[in-house]
Design a protein around this ligand. Sequence first.
Ligand code: GLN
Length: 500
Amino acid sequence: LKPHQKELFGQPIGLYILFLTEMWERFSYYGMRALLVLYMTTQTIGDDRGAGLGWTNQEALALYGWYTMLVYVMSIPGGMIADKLIGQKKAVLLGAIVLCLGHGVLVLTDIWAFYTGLGLVILGVGLLKPNISTMVGGLYKQGDIRRDKGFSIFYIGINLGSLLATLIVGLVVAEWGWHAGFGLAGIVMVLGLINYVFGQKYLVHVGNFVPSKGDENEISYGQLYSKLFSSPKQLTFSVILLAVSLFGWYKMGWKYGLLFLFLTAITSLLMMIYKELDSQVFKDRFMVLLLSFIMVIIFWGAFEQAGGLMNLYTETNTDRVLFGWEIPTVMFQSLNAGFIIIFATIVASIWAKRQLKGKEASSLFKMALGIIIMGFGFLFMVFAAMEFEKSGTSSMIWLVLAYLFHTIGELCISPVALSFITKLAPVKYASLMMGVYFAATGLGNKVAGIVGESASEFGEYAIFLGILVFTVIIGALFILLLKPLKRLTHGAEDNERVMH
Ligand code: GLN
């Protein structure tokens, strides 16, 4: 047996190589993310953890929003580079190297190093994250029953990295200061890189570059764009979007301007793909997928208050003393990952049981329910804000309950969405759609930043209550629309029901 054919616990060994690489990558990502707004808002003097940047909450959350958005939006070019130029395996390698550099630069205290580091992390994650996910899929042949389980194992790896990071990085920062925390993220990424390089013999068969065969049926992105000019309806729509983007640029500045232009380009591409699909079934499925991305944006827009507004709330408004010890704020970020590891298999088996009983358990239903459950988590934040208004501090139990509901919601939507994409996306565009999915989560992160920022104007109470009401209504709306939406999937999930 060749190394890449060997198995461990019933799974290809390559899975464990990718599991560990992603675990260390997520350690560095979530470790750094947990520090970010706290570092930016800490005053330049008078803190044990060293000088921060001394920014206002609003400034910090604004940059945090752009950063966490770009990290995921870069999955689109990251996926395209892998598909068209170097293959996923090399893209992951390149991403890992860039990440080591990025986290390394953040150890320096200069402001240029701060921006350069963030920029490199954005490029690195964009190259690594979507492509390592696709490589996991590549370990299995079509129809291999180990695939779903492989993905759940991989998702646990992601959260193990996040759990370790948020437990350890907070302690390191409390002891040695901010830049030691950033440095730890860098060291850990080097471990991820080493582990990936030495594990190559188990990955010889996945993520390799497949050059285009010059097949007649194969349409390049360039060709799709040029076809835009021979489709008057689509072209008009793109021109309108372009005009809106340029107006946005003029009104809201270059950052939003560039974002709108990027979204115009992607929307035009998706529109042309839709037009090129050769049957109504594929078209309908594609449409459902895009509609489900609305849920994705809204979900992450609320959920991602975690590292931003809720993180700041934990730092300044929460009584964090337990048995005489003040728990570092960063450690509260580990609740999500810890709950995932505890509940992932439980939630999965609840769905399986429902399905056996013939009850509703389609992906769209799970996703809508996930939004509602996560939304209810904000009820506890409303209670926390009420307590704070009355007594000047609030109990940490509210945060624990909020993160518990957020996590159960995440388990209903996040792993489910990944597999939903592989079921509904046209095969030719699977990696692109994976990139678009991650970009949708990135837009959600941006929305989260905007909503969080507005807390300085409206107050935390109003924001938490607003998120609760909005998300529950949206979730309920999608449940009401379930029947027609499911009709558009044309039974893409039916065989799954038969198999379980
Ligand atoms: N927590 C998951 C991860 O880090 C999901 C992130 C996302 O989809 N935006 O992979």
